[in-house]
Write a protein that binds this ligand. Sequence first.
Ligand SMILES: [Zn+2]
Length: 346
Amino acid sequence: MLFEVKDVDRQFYQERLADFLPAKIVDFHTHIWLKEFHVTAPVKTRGPTWPRRVAADNSIEDLMETYRLMLPGHEVTPMVFGWPERDTDLERTNAYTSRVAQAQGYPSLLVTTPEWTAQELEQRALAGGFLGLKPYLNQAPTHIPSAEITIYDFLPHAHLEVADAHGWIVLLHIPRPARLRDPLNLASLREIEKRYPHLHLVNAHIGRAYCPEDIGDALEVLADTERMSFDFSANVSATVIEQALRTFGPRRLVFGSDLPIVRMRMRRICENGAYVNLVPPGLYGDVRDDSHMREVTPEEGDKLSFFLYEELFAFRCAAEAAGLSAADVEDVFCNNATRLWAHARP
Ligand SMILES: [Zn+2]
């Protein structure tokens, strides 16, 4: 079995999720790749190291099995893309994504590097049948210190111009330690919306605002934007999701999981504005060097369920607090994504 589903998981699902989730679900944020694409990275990973403790790879078969185990009875369509870290061969992870997506009819995104010219990017995206781009901050030039990376360091204007010309989706994981409230990030997001009116910018993880403190004045600054969307993948803050819903409305949020990472067994707390994943002891190796990870007692560990369930339940709480209708919930879980895909088709 890919992973164990325990009574605590079945109970969580039945009591908190089963009667809430629509029958048809689109998962806007999934990574698929194989172990054999691993290469020796030229630089150490920037950002958290805990995600790679959850799964060494995620084949399309594993992804579909995950849905069967975690969301029984639901018809889930994933948007797929590769593993964007530098320890994975970019060409091979993209080629696998393209092959799987075309064979099975799933939409997909191209993981990019800023080293490509506009022409190289366009040729790769068109040849692979991708609906847009998945840039990632670790692909920024290695001489730039992690905390100083800007959006344009890994998503250059030349790439944005191509995406705009084709009306593609750009699924963006924003950089910088201050996350969504970072003034430079906010200025860039506003600039992208203004300068590139035909592409579809989707901010992953609600701009990495995992704790309410990460919001700052971001929602006021972005309140008058009209087009950019947000996925709430790997975000378990009902407060953050509710505020995003109230600011942007249910048509501009999309469900994404960030599988396989959300297979993790955990619960998240915020301490002084920083998130900590509480995990069962021993399950994810030695986590003492990671400030975002903390082991609980075996008894507490037995009560922990999946990250994905925590995310979905946080969304449910937010949706109920913000007064979403069943139709709004269906928009977030399905219709908003299919609208974005329809626009992105060449
Ligand atoms: Zn992701």
